[in-house]
Design a protein around this ligand. Structure first.
Ligand code: PGA
Length: 258
């Protein structure tokens, strides 16, 4: 089963509108020379305030090489939820993907597995694609709890989703100790965890969903690490933080996934 690779850039809380526009334009011009059909699915997740400018830059270019994602959403459609943004609103702003359950959201904003599951359902019913994050802390890894913890995050996130919905979804395995630390998880070990995640998807949903779902690695992905990561049997791409803030390194990572 050949799955199309995904390279997604998570800008986190960075960039003002002009800076965001410049980054999008530079990424697009860096990717222009590549045959569109050979490129992986390239996704960028700007901060909310840059979505308008990013969407405009992407649509003006019309080259269709880069897709837009949001970094978070709320699962209710509308109403008295001060400070929140719904899936429909993000779709209206041009997003086709939404990152949910990022460890920073779980840690600083108390996002729970149950919320991740509600968000996944809301995203899929609006026809968008959730990028569901999971990952263990260093303490959990040292206590040999990685697999149990991640399997439980995945089962909870996918609860009551149909096989078709799971098939369309994307999972990002991001060991927390590897995020923003420069310490990448060894590619073979990342692949082991990711194939364990695929087995969990098979159990929680079915074989079709497990074969179709794209599972990415995230955590200090760099141009120097991507080739080895992509050479692994179960790694379908990368969720890139720091290295997505510079067009040059992000484009090199995209290239490395071709
Ligand atoms: P990093 O972030 O590439 O800067 O480690 C990855 C992420 O948090 O998505």
């Amino acid at each position: 089963m050949k799955r199309r690779p995904v390279i997604a850039g998570n800008w986190k809380m960075n960039k003002l509108q002009d800076e965001g526009k410049e980054l999008v334009n530079n990424v697009m011009s860096g990717l222009k020379e590549y045959d569109k059909d050979k490129l992986p699915e390239v996704v960028i997740a700007p901060v909310f305030t840059c979505l308008y400018a990013a969407n405009k830059a992407l649509t003006d270019c019309g080259c269709g090489r880069v897709k837009l994602a949001a970094q978070n959403c709320y699962y209710e459609k509308s109403g008295a939820y001060t400070g929140e943004v719904s899936v429909e609103m993000l779709k209206d702003a041009g997003c086709e993907y939404i990152i949910i359950g990022h460890s920073e959201r779980r840690q600083y904003f108390a996002e729970t597995d149950e919320m991740v599951n509600k968000k996944a359902k809301a995203i899929l019913s609006a026809g968008l694609i959730p990028i569901i994050c999971c990952g263990e802390t260093l303490e959990q890894r040292e206590a040999n709890e990685t697999d149990r913890h991640i399997a439980s995050q995945i089962k909870n996130a996918l609860k009551d989703l149909t096989s078709e919905e799971v098939s369309k979804s994307i999972i990002a395995y991001e060991p927390i100790w590897a995020i923003g630390t420069g310490k990448t998880c060894d590619a073979v070990e990342a692949n082991r965890v990711i194939s364990m995640i695929r087995d969990t998807v098979r159990e929680a949903s079915d074989a079709t969903a497990a074969d179709n779902i794209r599972i990415l690695y995230g955590g200090s992905v760099k141009p120097e690490t991507i080739k080895e990561q992509m050479a692994q049997s179960d790694i379908d791409g990368a969720l890139v933080g720091g290295a997505s803030l510079k067009a040059e390194s992000f484009v090199q990572i995209v290239e490395g996934a071709m």
